[in-house]
Design a protein. Structure first.
Length: 303
């Protein structure tokens, strides 16, 4: 009828139209605007992030006593280290820190695989597996950190040359350095899982081969594979990477009797973050045609 405004029924097919009603004096409906980056991040932070952390916690919870003991060991060993860089670290705490940190880097791949596969662990083969993979993991981790640090140093030099003696040089170079460091480091979020759980011949060649220098490509296959598996998903991983850098630093500034609980809590949260990375890794492996990472663990996993 003339003079009566049209209405929209709230059915499943018209909910979006009801939320964005058509303009009265235009012949076409208003086009929905794309969400701004800060709204996308806010939506991810309030919905996706808690969901992923709960999923990571579900992998950590069955072995929480083990993870708690390992976190306490790492925290106590780090607190035993001298605060001054001029003093040499004590040999025993330094060794414990290195060994416990290496175990904490490799054990999530093994335990989380056992959780998803519904298997029980036989610790003898697991320890043999980790002893065999420890050396390569250290080498590849050092290479990844060196690449990130090198890129950060180059960025700081470039920013210094661009700003000269400007008063904003220090904050600008610091921010630029952190951004480039994290953007490189996030590419290697799956490095420990690839090194511990897979061999190069189990991966599709497109994930690790280079167009040139085939020998170098074969030598550095976990770095290349991790970088390519994180493509298209790094924006979802970068916040967790920042957490990995910020939480230990924040825990180190907690004073007095709260220092140890804060350090242990930070380690547990970072273990949950490893669970989130692992779930992303498994999903990307399925999408890329990578076989389920159970083959090197067959002797260690008992049905």
């Amino acid at each position: 009828m003339e003079g009566v405004e049209p209405t929209t029924r709230l059915t499943a097919g018209t909910m979006e139209l009801a939320r964005h009603p058509p303009l009265q004096n235009r012949g076409c409906a208003r086009k929905s605007r794309p969400l701004s980056p800060h709204r996308v991040f806010l939506r991810w932070l309030l919905s996706t992030f808690p969901h992923e952390m709960r999923a990571g916690w579900s992998l950590v919870r069955p072995d929480i006593i083990l993870w708690l003991a390992l976190a306490i060991l790492i925290a106590v060993a780090r607190m035993s280290m001298p605060t001054s860089s001029e003093q040499p670290p004590p040999a025993f705490p330094f060794l414990i820190t290195l060994l416990s940190g290496l175990i904490a880097a490799m054990l999530p791949a093994v335990l989380f695989t056992a959780q998803l596969e519904g298997r029980q662990l036989t610790w003898g083969p697991v320890l043999l597996l980790m002893s065999r993979k420890a050396g390569p993991l250290v080498v590849y981790a050092i290479a990844a950190i060196a690449i990130a640090w090198g890129a950060e140093a180059l960025m700081i030099v470039a920013v210094s040359q661009a700003f000269g003696d400007s008063p904003i040089l220090i904050p600008a170079s610091t921010v630029a350095g952190v951004v480039i460091f994290v953007s490189i480091l996030v590419r290697y979020s799956y490095l420990s899982f690839l090194v511990v759980l897979l061999e190069r011949d189990k991966l599709p060649p497109l994930l690790w081969q280079w167009q040139r220098m085939a020998g170098a490509a074969a030598a550095f296959w976990p770095l290349t594979a991790s970088s390519r598996l994180t493509e298209g998903n790094r924006w979802r991983l970068v916040f967790y990477t920042l957490m990995g850098q910020a939480l230990p630093l924040a825990a180190a500034y907690v004073p007095g009797v709260f220092a140890l609980p804060a350090s242990v809590a930070a380690m547990l949260v970072l273990t949950i973050v490893q669970g989130v990375f692992f779930l992303h890794y498994r999903r990307r492996c399925e999408e890329a045609g990578v076989p389920a990472p159970t083959l090197p663990l067959e002797a260690a996993l008992v049905a």
